[in-house]
Design a protein. Structure first.
Lengths: 550, 143, 110
């Protein structure tokens, strides 16, 4: 409930004047009473000087009260109407200023504050300037926030894409690691089997080595037997040679005897008839020699056979000895090969066990890697979710920035970045332009902006009289048919009603445009008639994705 | 008339030497070849302190070469005509036997069977083998 | 036969030359040269001198198969030898003629 300041002030002034008079009168009365009492007291024997002092002081007080209280109040009462008028003027100015200030119209608020006292006006001007700067800072900050949100969104999208790739890579790596694990398991199995085979080979090598040792021992024994046989054969050969020498000797003796018998026969013939008996003897001797020779030949034949057999035996034993030596050497070589094989089998078994152990370790490591990759996959998934949340947060941040921007734009600033200021200037131009030229004006205006999607004029009847589309922002959208909108009554739209009622430039909250189907907000400024009346609304649709280009 | 012969092997032939012309059968003598001599003359030897020319009976009989002799001999015999006979040595591969050859068993030597020079007087069959009878008297005749 | 004989070796055979037929005896390098009436004989070795030799005539068999002139055969020690004729020694005993001096073309025609 408003308070009538002037009436209350006037009444208050009168009341304080009356109070001052009453006070003066009371003070005079009190001084009189006091003086009377003192006089009475003086009459009763008290000193007279207090009464006189009191009386003087009282009178002085009464005079002072009159000089400094009662008379000023009287002057003030006389000046009260003038001041009251001045106060009303100031009140009106202040009210208008505050009204504009409250509606966010800092421009009009600054204009209205011109009627205020200089200091107040300066304070208002400073305040509006500070507020204007603050609003612009807020606008700038909201733009930065929106840009940051876009950047975050972009980064989040890139990170999301990277996360997707990473997730896919993790899946591939996981599959590869699982394949590797399977392969490692196969290798471990093969290595284990190899170790078993090597162990079997070791065992076989031991048995083989033992068998070879036995064979070597047997061959050595055979070598000894063959050597003994060879020695005996050599001994037999030596005896045979001796026998051959004896036979040769006997043969020579037989030959000599034969020759002797022949010579005897010759002598017998030379002796003539006397030598007949001698020739018989010679013949007998010859026969003896012949038999000796035949015996020798028989013995030689037998000895040859025996020698042949002995030689064959010697040859066989030599061959057998050589073969035994070869077998021995081969046995030695086999033993060495078996030893080498055992050594190699041992190494193979050891290596196989190492491989088995290594593959088992590799298997365990692969399992750990797979688990780690799965955890990484989960992390990536969570990160992807987080990025989605981040993207959503960026969207909310973007929306918040838009809200802040709209909040900042709710102030009418004297700035080219103040939508209200810009649209009001356009509305002023539309007001000044002829109705037939307004379409062209709108098209000119829309081409010169980077943030407006649509500019349209709705007349006082709520009918859309002009529409301009920004090709740079709308792009290849299907062209809008103005004829379809002619039947739409815009008077029911809240923005139209607010503009018509408030006669102020307003900004709607974001909504879905029926014209583009996208989220936008509209800046509405009143268009005037030549007589100053309401001529309609100039509306500018700003897409929510393009407000940062304001 | 029978005649006792000494059978000797010379190369692949078995030669018969009349025993009456044979002085002695010896083991092969040490020979000292004479430079410029015919192949039939193997060289000079020492026999009973006297020089003895030794001839190759196989060459004299034109016998094909046989196996190496195991027990070669030198037959010391009288060669040449009775009025100018001389001791010569006949190198043979072996002294075989003393046989009696009837004169009727002697047949003429086959052509080309060693009768070159007239030293093979004839052939006989002894023990199933051909024996070539040597004419020692013709040995001393200069051809 | 007595009178002394020079016993030589040459060509694997043993030879004897009667002292009275020996006109000269000299060494020519590694060989020994014995000069006889027919000329010089070359020997590998001089085995010695035999005071006497029991000669056997070179019979028809020897002459048939060795038609060289010889005074006879003998044995010196255990070696059979041939007693040569200094007038007609065996060709194999003759010393080889000395090789002719190298001639200057045309000089031999003078």
């Amino acid at each position: 409930m408003a308070v009538d300041v002037t009436t209350a002030g006037e009444a208050g002034a009168r009341r304080r004047g009356d109070d001052a008079l009453i006070g003066w009168l009371l003070l005079a009365g009190l001084v009189a009473v006091g003086a009377a009492l003192l006089a009475v007291a003086a009459t009763r024997g008290a000193a007279a000087w207090p009464a006189w002092a009191f009386t003087v002081a009282g009178l002085a007080a009464i005079a002072a009260h009159g000089a400094w209280v009662f008379w000023p109040f009287q002057r003030l009462e006389r000046r009260l109407p003038v001041e009251e008028e001045r106060f009303q003027r100031l009140d009106a100015s202040l009210g208008a200023t505050c009204l504009h200030l409250g509606s966010g119209d800092l421009v009009r608020a600054a204009a209205a504050s011109a009627g205020l006292p200089s200091r107040v006006a300066a304070a208002f001007t400073a305040s509006t300037a500070a507020l204007s700067g603050l609003a612009q800072q807020i606008q700038d900050s909201s733009v930065e926030v929106a840009s940051a949100a876009d950047a975050v969104n972009r980064i989040a999208s890139e990170l999301a894409a990277g996360s997707s790739q990473q997730a896919a890579s993790v899946v591939e790596i996981t599959a590869a690691m699982e394949e590797l694990a399977r392969t490692a398991a196969q290798i471990a199995g093969s290595a284990s089997r190899q170790a078993e085979l090597a162990s079997l080979a070791e065992d076989s090598g031991d048995a083989g080595a033992a068998a070879v040792d036995e064979a070597v021992a047997g061959v050595e024994e055979v070598k000894k037997r063959i050597s003994a046989i060879a020695n005996r054969a050599d001994a037999l050969g030596s005896r045979s040679k001796e026998i051959y020498r004896v036979l040769d000797l006997i043969t020579e003796i037989a030959q000599e005897t034969h020759i002797l018998s022949l010579n005897a026969a010759i002598e017998a013939v030379a002796a003539g008839p006397d030598g007949r008996r001698f020739s018989v003897v010679a013949e007998e001797v010859r026969h003896l020699a012949q038999r000796s020779q035949e015996s020798v030949e028989s013995v030689r034949t037998l000895l040859d056979e025996f020698a042949g057999s002995t030689r064959a035996t010697i040859v066989a034993t030599e061959e057998g000895s050589k073969e035994a030596v070869r077998v021995f050497e081969r046995s030695r070589a086999a033993a060495a090969a078996i030893a080498e094989l055992r050594h190699t089998s041992g190494d193979t078994a050891r290596v196989a066990r190492q491989i088995s152990l290594a593959t088992q370790q590799q298997n365990a490591a692969s399992d750990e890697v797979v688990m780690t990759l799965r955890e990484v996959s989960l992390v990536v998934q969570r990160m992807t979710g987080g990025l989605k949340d981040l993207s959503a947060t960026a969207d909310r941040l973007n929306a918040l920035a838009l809200e802040i921007q709209l909040l900042a734009q709710s102030f009418h600033l004297d700035s080219a970045r103040s939508l209200k200021h810009v649209v009001e200037s356009w509305a002023a131009r539309a007001t000044a332009a002829a109705p037939a030229a307004r379409q062209e004006l709108l098209e000119e205006l829309v081409r010169g902006t980077q943030f407006a999607d649509l500019l349209y004029l709705v007349d006082e009847r709520g009918t859309m009289s002009a529409l301009a589309v920004n090709p740079a922002t709308i792009g290849a959208r299907p062209s809008l048919d103005l004829a379809q909108l002619r039947d739409v009554d815009m008077r029911r739209r809240p923005w139209f009603r607010n503009a018509e009622r408030e006669r102020r430039t307003g900004i709607t909250p974001p909504y879905q445009s029926i014209l583009t189907g996208e989220q936008c907000f509209t800046v509405c400024a009143c268009v005037g008639l030549p007589d100053g009346g309401f001529g309609g609304v100039l509306a500018v649709d700003v897409n929510v994705t393009g407000w940062t280009r304001i | 008339m029978e005649a006792t012969h000494l059978l000797v092997r010379a190369g692949e032939y078995v030669c018969a030497l009349p025993l009456g012309a044979v002085r002695q059968v010896l083991r092969s003598l040490t020979l000292h070849p004479l430079p410029g001599s015919a192949p039939e003359l193997k060289g000079l030897a020492e026999f009973a302190g006297d020089p003895l020319p030794v001839l190759d009976l196989a060459r004299l009989a034109r016998a094909p070469q046989g196996a190496n002799p195991v027990f070669p001999v030198t037959v010391v015999a009288w060669a040449g005509p009775p009025e100018a006979r001389e001791l010569v040595g006949l190198a043979a591969d072996a002294a075989l036997d003393v046989v009696v050859l009837p004169a009727a068993a002697l047949v003429a030597a086959a052509p080309g069977s060693g009768g070159d020079g007239g030293l093979v007087a004839g052939e006989a069959i002894v023990g199933g083998q051909v024996v070539r009878v040597i004419d020692l008297q013709a040995l001393g005749q200069v051809s | 036969m007595s009178g002394g004989f020079l016993v030589l070796r040459r060509g694997g055979a043993t030879w004897a030359v009667a002292h009275q037929e020996v006109r000269g005896l000299a060494r020519r390098g590694a060989a020994i040269e014995v000069t006889v009436a027919a000329g010089a004989l070359a020997a590998v070795e001089v085995l010695g001198v035999a005071a006497e030799l029991r000669l056997h005539p070179a019979g028809g068999v020897l002459r048939r198969f060795w038609p060289e002139a010889a005074r006879g055969l003998a044995v010196h020690g255990t070696l059979p030898l041939v007693l040569i004729d200094g007038q007609a020694p065996p060709r194999s005993l003759l010393a080889e003629p000395a090789s002719p001096a190298p001639s200057i073309p045309g000089e031999g025609n003078r």
